[in-house]
Design a protein around this ligand. Structure first.
Ligand code: NI
Length: 143
């Protein structure tokens, strides 16, 4: 078995604000990300799969096929978008923290994951050089 990770940069803007919290709590929890005018990030999504190396091709997954899936399912929806307004889950009130972005992207990928692909093992999103969020997709096995 081998783990293969591919990196997908995308840019998006957001504002972190929970209407159910006071202005003071919003400022304390979200800091500068609570700025009413919003701001952008250059996110880097990493998708990791794990599977056997195919004897004939020598690869675990044709990267072009993974790219096609990630583009259709994630990047077309997220790249150069305002997350608060253009992603339904966040428009409906979920705060577009990168924790929630990771959960939302994980759901999209798992919902569209082709039968023939190696297992989706992990996704990781860097919001900045210092803020990195990981979801271990093995937590969902058997669901
Ligand atoms: Ni932010």
């Amino acid at each position: 078995m081998i783990r293969v990770t591919r990196r997908y940069p995308f840019a998006a803007s957001h504002r972190l604000h929970a209407p159910s919290l006071t202005d003071e709590d919003n400022s304390r929890i979200f800091g500068k990300c609570n700025n009413p005018f919003g701001h952008g990030h250059n996110y880097v999504l990493e998708v990791s799969v794990r599977g056997p190396v195919d004897r004939q091709t020598g690869v675990a997954i044709p990267l072009g096929e993974l790219d096609g899936l990630v583009k259709t399912v994630v990047l077309d929806a997220y790249d150069h978008r305002n997350l608060n307004e253009e992603i339904p889950a966040f428009r409906d009130g979920l705060v577009p923290t990168t924790e929630n972005v990771a959960v939302e992207i994980s759901q999209r990928l798992r919902g569209a994951w082709p039968e023939g692909f190696p297992k989706l093992e992990k996704i990781r999103i860097a919001e900045t050089d210092r803020n990195i969020f990981e979801m271990d997709e093995r937590d969902h096995e058997g669901q």
